[in-house]
Design a protein around this ligand. Structure first.
Ligand SMILES: Cc1cc2nc3c(=O)[nH]c(=O)nc-3n(C[C@H](O)[C@H](O)[C@H](O)COP(=O)(O)OP(=O)(O)OC[C@H]3O[C@@H](n4cnc5c(N)ncnc54)[C@H](O)[C@@H]3O)c2cc1C
Length: 384
């Protein structure tokens, strides 16, 4: 059986790891990605706030050596979901089963003024550059804001606001932080996590602006402009950019209303033999690595069952665990389950040093399983 996995992010890496463990050389799995390595979303914040260097958080795909899996570094130029084939820089690939795990592309240029007057911290390059921007910042009004929905990792803007406060306070740099989010609460499915975050904002004097979105920045006047026309002045703007499916997905006709619709239990698209997982879908869970990974596990089970002529019975349950940075080196833990047609339910465990260690192990476990090596001790950057 030939399996084509498009994208070696959270979803693609978990899927191919599971297929290799169960099928080894019995299946012919091709994993395609245009990048030369993987960076965890949360590691972008580590680099941005000087906790790790870019090299330490980069995991090269050259280290993906798994029985039955071939990694191809190439940009995918066209996807044919009917023929289950792709055109890439490295030629054409066809499969019996195709899994689209291409994530969400980020478009800072889609928010007028963001590139000229602000900084986005969601791309690798953006987060890494923001580290230098923070190093040079001499103080003033800081806005952390979201510029469109949906966006990856809904807790990340709250984490960024708290970590910015830590960073500037530690350096004695005067600042006032405003956090602008299009949500009614920092983490709507978990009222307890939201209450803890709101308490942390209040304690640090971070101004919380719920249900609001920044649509543009005026570079001359250094103001952020909200959807309703209101304005907020800034000296430093840290933004979450517009998210869209990669262009190759849009051109394939697979997306509906911006994202690929899938069966919420089986992750199958409307094309036979074609699945989609993670941020590229509209499956109804937040766009986060833990959910992409959970979906990958179900698709792996279904492919393995099909390979052994068994009945594919595994279905997706929508559960994910997220570690949330609270600043002061403390991490909280949120467990949430999303089931279609039901209110999401969540459980929150208070921020502590204990969950910092759990979060580290979460990353280390993935690096071990996906890349077959122990994680490097985070290479901490010299203090500024
Ligand atoms: C600041 C920040 C903090 C975060 N923190 C967390 C967290 O704590 N926990 C958590 O669970 N999630 C977190 N996330 C979210 C998480 O990183 C994503 O949701 C997750 O990576 C999605 O997985 P995916 O497999 O769907 O896509 P991705 O991991 O984005 O992988 C998609 C892959 O497709 C490749 N690709 C795209 N287009 C092409 C093409 N045309 N040709 C070839 N390859 C292509 C890309 O190179 C990429 O490797 C965070 C994100 C950010 C930005």
């Amino acid at each position: 059986m030939r399996v084509l996995v498009l994208g070696a992010g959270f979803g693609g890496l978990e899927l191919t790891t599971r297929l290799s463990a169960a099928l080894g050389g019995d299946a012919e799995v091709t994993l395609i990605d245009k990048a030369d390595g993987f960076v965890f979303g949360f590691a972008k914040l580590d680099v941005m706030f000087g906790r790790a260097t870019p090299t330490a958080v980069h995991h090269p795909y050259a280290e993906v050596v798994k029985p039955g899996v071939r990694f191809v570094r190439a940009a995918i130029r066209a996807i044919d979901p009917v023929g289950r084939s792709v055109e890439t820089d490295a030629g054409r690939f066809t499969a019996d089963i195709m899994v689209v795990a291409l994530g969400a592309d980020l478009h800072p240029e889609a928010t007028p003024g963001l590139v000229e007057a602000g900084h986005e911290f969601y791309t690798e390059a953006g987060a890494f550059q923001t580290r230098d921007v923070l190093e040079r910042f001499t103080g003033g009004r800081v806005i952390v804001a979201v510029t469109s929905t949906p966006f990856k990792c809904p807790p990340a803007p709250s984490e960024a606001a708290l970590m910015t406060d830590d960073y500037l306070t530690a350096r004695g740099i005067p600042h006032e932080i405003s956090l602008v989010m299009p949500l009614p609460a920092p983490i709507p499915p978990s009222p307890d996590a939201s209450a803890a975050l709101l308490a942390a904002f209040a304690e640090r004097g971070i101004a919380w602006h719920p249900n609001r979105i920044v649509r543009s920045l005026d570079p001359q006047r250094r103001v952020a402009v909200f959807a309703d026309g209101d304005e907020m002045p800034f000296d430093l703007f840290l933004g979450v950019p517009v998210h869209r499916v990669p262009e190759v997905v849009r051109n394939s006709g697979m997306a509906v209303d911006g994202w690929i619709p899938v069966d919420s239990l089986t992750l199958e698209t409307r094309y036979p033999g074609v699945y989609a997982i993670g941020d590229v879908t509209s499956v109804g869970t937040p766009k986060a690595g833990v959910f992409a990974e959970g979906q990958a596990a179900i698709v792996a089970e279904r492919i393995i069952a099909r390979h052994s002529d068994g009945q594919a019975t595994a279905t997706y349950g929508g559960r994910g665990i997220c570690y949330v940075e609270f600043g002061a080196d403390k991490v909280g833990r949120v467990e949430v389950t999303f089931v279609q047609g039901q209110r999401p339910s969540g459980r929150f465990d208070d921020a502590s040093e204990l969950y910092r260690a759990d979060k580290h192990e979460f990353g280390a476990d993935r690096v071990r399983r996906w890349f077959g090596r122990e994680r490097l001790t985070p290479e901490v950057a010299p203090p500024v």
